[in-house]
Design a protein around this ligand. Structure first.
Ligand code: 13P
Ligand code: SF4
Length: 318
C-alpha cells in the first residue's frame, strides 16, 4: 500500500472510532467552517459562529465537543453550564480575542459609563461579562440597529468590523483597536492583480478584513453568508477573502464554480490565510479528547452567569 493509502486508511479508522465514541457517550461535535476537512466530515453540525452558538443552546447531547477556537467553546459552556464542553486543544485561541485584555477594557468602559457595550463574540468570557450585548459577523448590523439612536456605543474588539458597521448603520461608535491576524493578511495589490486576470470574478470578503479590501468587495458577510452568496449567485468565479478552511465546504456546494483564495501580503507559499489557532485541533486530538473527556472548558459559576446575559440577548434578537 502506498503511504497516501495508509494515511487515508488511518484517517478513516480514526473517524470511525470517533463516530462510535460519539454514540456511546451521547456527544455532539460542533465544527466551524475553518476546521480541517477531516474534522468537518465527521461533525454533526458545521456552521458560522452564530449558528454554532444557536446549536449549542439547543442540543440535548450530554457532551459537546467543540471543534473551533476557545471563545466558541466557552460560549457553548456558558449556554450549557451543566454539560461537559470539550475543546480538542485548549491553546486554540484567537488573535482578536487576545487583542482585548479585560483590565484595559474595563478601564475604557469606566471612562464612558453612559455608553452601551457591544462586543463581537470573538472575545473572552470575561469581556462578555463587561458587555451589554454580544454580536457575530452575521447579526452585527441588526444588533447595532436595535440600539436606540441616542445611545452612544463602545464596539469591541474588532476595529475592521466596527468601521464597516459604522458605514452600514451610520452610527458613530467608539472602537477598540483589535484585529484578526488572518483577515489583516490579505494584500490589496495582489488581489487587484488577481482580479485583472479574472475580470468576471466576484470578490467576497469577511468583515474582519481591512477597509481597503472591503471597499473592493462585491459581497461582505459571515462565513455562512459567503457560502450562501456563492450558492445563489449567477456568477461562476469568486475571489474569497477569508480563512482558507471555508473552501472545503464551498467546493462541495458549488463544484462547478471557480473559487480563488484571496492572496496574502507575504509570499505566495505562506499559509497566512490559515488560522493557526483553528488548525491546532486535529482529528487525533479530537479522538483523544472524546475518549478521555478532556481537555474540558471549566469556568467559574459567577463568570458564566454574568456572561450569559449578553449572549442570550443576542440570541433573542437573532
Ligand atoms: P463567523 O462569524 O463568520 O463564523 O466568523 C468567525 C471568525 O472567527 C472569523 O474569523
Ligand atoms: Fe480569531 Fe482570526 Fe482565527 Fe477567526 S480567523 S478565530 S478571528 S484569529
Amino acid at each position: 500500500m502506498s503511504e497516501i493509502s495508509v494515511k487515508t486508511e488511518e484517517k478513516r479508522n480514526l473517524q470511525q472510532q470517533v463516530k462510535q465514541l460519539k454514540k456511546e457517550k451521547n456527544a455532539i461535535i460542533l465544527a466551524h467552517y475553518y476546521q480541517e476537512p477531516e474534522i468537518q466530515e465527521i461533525a454533526d453540525f458545521i456552521g458560522d459562529s452564530l449558528e454554532l452558538a444557536k446549536k449549542a443552546a439547543q442540543t440535548d447531547a450530554k457532551i459537546i465537543v467543540f471543534a473551533g477556537v476557545h471563545f466558541m467553546a466557552e460560549t457553548a459552556k456558558i449556554l450549557n453550564p451543566s454539560k461537559k464542553v470539550l475543546l480538542p486543544d485548549l491553546n486554540a485561541g484567537c488573535s482578536l480575542a487576545e487583542s482585548c485584555p479585560p483590565d484595559a477594557f474595563r478601564k475604557l468602559k469606566e471612562e464612558y459609563p453612559d455608553h452601551m457595550v457591544v462586543t463581537y463574540i470573538n472575545c473572552s468570557a470575561e469581556i462578555k461579562t463587561l458587555s451589554d450585548i454580544v454580536c457575530t459577523s452575521s447579526n452585527a448590523e441588526k444588533i447595532i440597529n436595535s440600539i436606540p439612536e441616542d445611545k452612544p456605543i463602545i464596539f469591541a474588539p474588532d476595529k475592521n468590523l466596527g468601521k464597516y458597521l459604522m458605514q452600514k448603520t451610520g452610527r458613530k461608535m467608539l472602537l477598540w483597536d483589535g484585529a484578526c491576524i488572518v483577515h489583516e493578511a490579505f494584500s490589496l495589490d495582489k488581489l487587484l492583480e488577481l482580479f485583472k486576470q479574472n475580470p468576471t470574478a466576484m470578490i467576497i470578503a469577511h468583515p474582519e478584513s481591512e477597509e481597503h479590501i472591503l471597499k473592493v468587495a462585491n459581497y461582505i458577510g459571515s462565513t455562512s453568508g459567503m457560502l450562501n452568496y456563492v450558492k445563489s449567485s449567477d456568477h461562476d468565479t469568486f475571489i474569497v477573502a477569508t480563512e482558507a478552511g471555508i473552501l472545503h465546504q464551498m467546493k462541495k456546494d458549488v463544484p462547478h464554480k471557480k473559487l480563488i483564495p484571496a492572496p496574502a501580503k507575504e509570499d505566495n507559499t505562506c499559509a497566512c490565510s490559515e488560522c493557526a489557532f483553528m488548525k491546532m485541533n486535529t482529528l487525533q486530538k479530537l479522538f483523544n479528547c472524546l475518549k478521555n473527556e478532556s481537555p474540558e472548558i471549566i469556568l467559574e459559576k459567577d463568570l458564566m452567569e454574568k456572561a450569559h446575559k449578553p449572549i442570550v440577548r443576542m440570541l433573542e434578537l437573532s
